[in-house]
Design a protein around this ligand. Structure first.
Ligand code: ZN
Ligand code: ZN
Length: 99
């Protein structure tokens, strides 16, 4: 899972992570490509994987709440499809959930 591709020749390089080398986040590690012998650096992200999506509701647009049906249905929530904010359903929404 620590393997990288050489940014120069594209070779797949297995990062030797003995002694924790290459395992720490926010550190720039130096590595030499065994194939083209160019030095390059790499950083590590272990489990944090950021994906950015637009969330109009954080910029003045209304939240796009969709019901998240649980069982029992009385505990269903409304969750915004954009920002994942949850709130309890209104009486009308709960009525349609209970249908
Ligand atoms: Zn290379
Ligand atoms: Zn939202």
């Amino acid at each position: 899972m620590y393997d990288v591709n050489c940014p120069y020749c594209g070779a797949e390089i297995e990062i030797c992570h003995d002694d924790g080398f290459g395992c720490e986040e926010d550190i720039t590690y130096q590595q030499e490509c065994p194939k083209c012998e160019n030095g390059f650096v790499f950083t590590t992200s272990i489990s944090i994987d950021h994906q950015a999506y637009p969330a109009d509701c954080l910029n003045g647009a209304p939240h796009d709440y969709n019901p998240v049906i649980t069982f029992p249905k009385e505990y269903s929530k409304m969750r915004c499809t954009m920002c994942d904010e949850e709130r309890t359903p209104t009486i009308e929404e709960m009525a349609s959930i209970m249908k």
